[in-house]
Write a protein that binds this ligand. Structure first.
Ligand code: T5A
Length: 208
């Protein structure tokens, strides 16, 4: 029996990692086999690509080169990690997937939603998540959260708020295209309230 593929999306600092950790613990405690992964990265090759993509020294990277690097990392991750795990009946939870490329590169960089969707489906060999949580949140609130984390911003986090507003709008467009698998969650809620909603939606998926 095939497993499930669950992804988390949102602007930087929206709270994805926090919720993924809670979901991992919740499902592991119930005896499910979980594979946690992230994009870009998740494989040896993907981690090298991640370093190139996020390094602030690569400031002048062209949007098309950037997109192809994200897709290369994804192609490797799908073939080597995600698809084999799903085929073994595991639950794969991925921090970002191709909806990020559609929102960041397709919408915010202006490369086109349709073009990036087609390219992403080629890179993922047609793999689409079963369930995607979009944590929707105000850009300024995320900025504040990132500041309190005292983490050095990476190349993409260095972008202006205007860019992040475009990403947020891009995400809503993707969610409209893939209504059946998207769950939009209000990221301004308390961590435990967000998780309560996530838990309910995941239970519904597992009982399908
Ligand atoms: N990218 C990625 C693209 O441009 N195209 C692509 O195709 C792909 C795949 C990846 C970057 O690459 C871009 C997007 C990104 O810019 P990353 O390091 O993986 O970079 O960055 P993020 O995915 O953005 O991860 P972050 O760790 O920065 O953010 P998270 O995971 O969304 O947020 P999290 O959970 O770490 O929370 C941030 C802070 O907020 C607090 C947490 O405790 C933490 O301090 N918090 C809350 N506080 C109050 N209320 C809540 N509900 C809270 N939830 C969390």
């Amino acid at each position: 029996m095939n497993g499930f593929f669950i992804t988390f999306e949102g602007i930087d600092g929206s709270g994805k990692t926090t919720q993924i950790k809670l979901l991992d613990k919740y499902l592991s405690d119930r005896g499910f086999e979980i594979v946690l992964t992230r994009e870009p990265g998740g494989t040896a090759l993907g981690d090298e690509i991640r370093d190139i993509l996020l390094n602030p020294k690569n400031k002048g990277m062209s949007s098309r080169a950037e997109t192809l690097l994200f897709e290369a990392s994804r192609a490797q991750l799908v073939e080597k990690v995600i698809r084999p795990a799903i085929e073994k009946g595991k639950i794969v939870i991925c921090d970002r997937f191709f909806d990020s490329t559609i929102a960041y590169q397709g919408a915010a960089r202006g490369l086109g939603v349709k073009e990036i969707l087609d390219l992403s489906l080629w890179a993922s060999a047609g793999l689409v998540p079963d369930l995607t949580f979009l944590i929707a949140i105000n850009v300024e609130i995320c900025e504040q959260r990132m500041k309190t984390q005292q983490k050095k911003p990476d190349r993409i986090e260095n972008e202006k708020n205007e860019f992040k507003e475009k990403i947020s709008r891009g995400y809503l467009d993707v969610a409209e295209i893939f209504k059946e698998r998207f769950e939009i969650i209000d990221g301004h809620m308390k961590i435990e309230d967000i998780f309560f909603t996530i838990k309910q939606k995941v239970e519904a998926l597992l009982n399908r």
